[in-house]
Design a protein around this ligand. Structure first.
Ligand code: ATP
Ligand code: SF4
Length: 293
């Protein structure tokens, strides 16, 4: 296949395409995309993450891939792989910018062209899942992705929210957007729902509880699960080297911790408390996708 394939041809080797949306910024959409990808990869799936948040790409940083470059092969752009087994690859405009602080100030048509190129020119090979991380709200990027994906017929969208009322009201707009463009809603994730104390593992609810689940019920969309705030996740995603996450509750610290410092985020994530929650969320998502086919 050449680098000039149509989106349909390019995505023909991908089983499921899922967009990740959020009504508001900062609710954890990119970190949920990263965690879904890591969980699916750890369950043995081949996964790609396409970051179309053109003005605020955070996926390279979260995967520890800042400064990496995209290579052009005869088949198209080669994704940047997170692990040596190439179970998890990603593509982001972040790899095309001259520095991590460079900003993208583009109008709609240029953004549309970039998204079309990402969807048509990246050589993903065989994938079980392509997760598309989008900007918050509903903007040019969403419309472009939905339009270009039309001939392929994506599986649908996962919506990420936090339990506050203000974030929940924006979720309704996302659901309406999906209905308007004919994108099935695969489910809702309630992120930052409570705080797990790193000392005693007690979960304290910071905001009202059950908001996301209640809204999912009310809007008749599936609820995929709730994920609490986990300080270890922030360390893992925000620090430059993706070292092993220390478990503060562990009375017998891991003697192999130093060795694991050199392992990729795919393995390191398994030491994060949230990995168990996202393993369950990704299994529920797989069941939803399987039941559609
Ligand atoms: N469950 C969580 N526990 C702890 N920290 C979290 C959790 N979810 C997200 N965060 C942190 O919150 C911050 C915002 O997350 P993220 O960048 O994923 O949000 P976003 O919705 O993609 O934002 P935007 O689209 O506006 O860039 C990040 O620093 C991330 O590490
Ligand atoms: S151990 Fe108990 S009191 Fe101390 S920070 Fe954790 S939840 Fe709060």
């Amino acid at each position: 296949m050449s680098g000039n394939s149509t989106v349909g041809e390019r995505l023909a080797t991908i089983k499921h395409v899922v967009l990740v949306l959020s009504g508001k910024g900062g609710v954890g959409k990119s970190s949920c995309t990263v965690q879904l990808a890591l969980s699916l990869a750890n369950q043995g799936h081949k996964v790609g993450v396409l970051d179309i948040d053109l003005c605020g790409p955070s996926i390279p940083r979260m995967f520890g891939l800042e400064g990496q470059q995209i290579h052009q092969a005869s088949a198209g752009w080669v994704p940047v792989y997170v692990d040596s087994e190439k179970r998890l690859g990603c593509m982001s405009i972040g790899f095309l910018l001259p520095s991590k602080d460079a900003s993208v100030v583009w109008r709609g048509p240029k953004k549309n062209a970039m998204i079309k190129q990402f969807l048509g020119d990246v050589y993903w090979g065989d994938l079980d899942f392509l997760l598309i991380d989008t900007p918050p709200g509903t903007s040019d990027e969403h419309l472009a992705a939905v339009e270009y994906l039309q001939e392929w017929n994506p599986d649908g969208a996962v919506i990420v929210t936090t339990p506050q009322e203000v974030a929940l009201s924006d979720v309704k707009k996302e659901i309406n957007f999906c209905t308007k463009v004919g994108l099935p809603v695969l489910g809702l994730i309630d992120n930052m729902s409570g705080f797990v104390c790193p000392h005693c593992a007690e979960c304290t609810n910071l905001f009202s509880t059950g908001g996301g689940e209640g809204l999912a019920k009310y809007m008749k969309i599936p609820f995929l699960g709730r994920a609490p705030i986990d300080p270890n996740l922030v360390m893992l995603l925000e620090q430059e080297d993706k070292t092993v996450v220390p478990n503060a509750n562990d009375p017998n610290p891991d003697p192999d911790a130093e060795k694991k410092r050199t392992s990729s985020i795919v393995e390191t994530y398994q030491h994060c408390e949230l990995s168990k929650i996202f393993a369950a969320i990704s299994k529920t998502l797989c069941e939803k996708l399987d039941s559609k086919h």
